[in-house]
Design a protein. Structure first.
Length: 453
């Protein structure tokens, strides 16, 4: 965050005056713009409750401030995950022709899954722009779509951002490169950005993310630490470091960082989900279940971890032999945004754990039928059968999968080799082990690395 207003002496003086007035009780006057700058600064530094109070204070003093209303609305969308509340507040704005109002309305639409409506509104803003503004507006629209992980539309709008070579455009380009899997090119551009602005935590966070995706976990942790040196409460850096520690198997330290993330973003389900998963990895299954339950209660309209939360809950409860409770969570997942065919496979897994083999088979058949006989579902059924020690059935499942579509799922070779091992087909095991290491060495090492004939 170097070279911006929040690093300026002017802002530091205003911030110091505000914080001293809060401590001493002096009733100093601050303009709406100054209060909103302080609120935004607090959000960036993990002080969201204080930021909310400042925005409310701005609205008490300046009830007609569109900027304060827009910030309050955005907080409702970002931290409360409540597009209805956000829309009610946004619609109190006086100037509904303002581009910032349109951007926020579009984000509310995107949070509800109304992509076509959002695109129509954003296109209208672009079409009505002054001659000097279209490229600036196209960049802002690109950023909105990138934030909502709509890569196709982000790329479409990026093409309209012109030929400028600004840092903000380069940062957007990096995000699109990463989304397209061009990690190496993205890292090269990031390193150039960092050379020009080494105290920008956003760049370090992006670099950490690309290193994580490249499986350079220790480098990813180091990059997150550079970001944390700039801003110790940077939520993305904290989460990046936690994820890196988890990937290295350092679950205790990962939990400490996930807890730091939860303190800053108590609205987000991902922190408690990962605490739960880390505890289960430490064989503290009951504690893990409690955190997963907390995460499940925080699932909102824009949650992206629904599948992981429900699946981890069901598997953990099954480990505790709490099968009816596991089945109850499968039932609850039916009304959530989930991969329902995968949840049906899990239902079959739980039923078989309860010795209801016929019920389990029916679930597997339904999952296959409803998925159009998806190779992914075939493999998940094989893995579920294996976890229930039904090794011959698991073997036959992946055998059929590889006979029907040998080129669709490289990971199926490693699991089929594993199942071959457990049904004592040594020659076939060696054949598929070799193929597995050729196709996906990392997965093969994870699945088969400890097996020695």
């Amino acid at each position: 965050m170097a070279n911006n207003y929040y690093d300026s002496e002017e802002f530091r003086i205003i911030l110091k005056s505000f914080e001293e007035s809060e401590k001493t009780g002096k009733n100093l006057f601050f303009g709406s713009g100054d209060l909103l700058d302080i609120a935004d600064y607090y959000c960036l530094h993990g002080k969201v409750p204080e930021a909310r109070a400042i925005v409310d204070r701005a609205l008490e003093t300046f009830p007609d401030s569109d900027e304060a209303l827009l910030m309050k609305s955005r907080m409702a969308l970002t931290y409360d995950h409540d597009p209805d509340k956000a829309e009610i507040i946004a619609d109190m704005v006086n100037d509904k022709h303002d581009a910032d109002y349109a951007y926020l309305k579009a984000e509310i639409m995107l949070s509800r899954g109304l992509e076509d409506e959002a695109e129509a509104l954003l296109q209208k803003v672009y079409d009505e722009a002054d001659d000097e503004e279209p490229e600036v507006i196209a960049e802002e629209i690109t950023r909105i779509y990138a934030d909502y992980n709509n890569v196709a539309l982000a790329k479409k709008w990026f093409e309209r951002t012109g030929n400028s070579d600004s840092a903000s455009k380069k940062e957007l380009k990096v995000r699109l490169l990463i989304a397209d899997g061009n990690i190496e090119e993205g890292q090269k551009m990031l390193n150039e950005l960092i050379d020009d602005d080494p105290y920008n935590s956003l760049y370090w966070n992006l670099l950490s993310s690309t290193q994580y995706l490249s499986d350079d976990i220790e480098d990813a942790i180091t990059s997150s630490e550079y970001s944390l040196a700039i801003n110790p409460n940077d939520e993305e850096a904290i989460l990046n470091k936690a994820n890196g520690l988890y990937k290295l198997g350092n679950y205790e330290d990962a939990i400490d960082y996930y807890k730091r993330f939860v303190r800053i973003r108590p609205d987000e389900e991902s922190g408690e989900m990962m605490i739960g998963i880390s505890l289960i990895a430490l064989n503290r299954v009951q504690e893990g279940v409690e955190y997963l339950k907390k995460a499940e209660k925080k699932i909102s309209i824009d949650s992206t971890h629904n599948d992981e939360i429900y699946q981890e809950l069901v598997i953990a409860l099954s480990k505790l032999n709490r099968f009816d409770e596991a089945l109850a969570y499968i039932k609850r997942s039916e009304s959530a945004e989930c991969e329902h065919n995968e949840m049906k496979v899990l239902e079959g897994f739980v039923l078989m754990k309860k010795d209801d083999l016929e019920g389990g088979r029916e679930c597997y058949q339904q999952a296959l039928t409803d998925s159009g006989y998806s190779p992914v579902i075939y493999l998940k059924i094989g893995m579920a059968l294996y976890e229930n020690h039904l090794y011959s059935a698991a073997y036959m499942t992946t055998k059929s999968l590889l006979n029907i579509c040998p080129d669709e799922m490289s990971e199926a070779y490693a699991y089929h080799a594993l199942f071959c091992y457990f049904v004592r087909k040594d020659d076939e095991y060696m054949e598929y082990r070799k193929i597995a290491f050729e196709k996906d060495p990392k997965l093969a090492e994870m699945v088969l690395g400890e097996i020695r004939l």
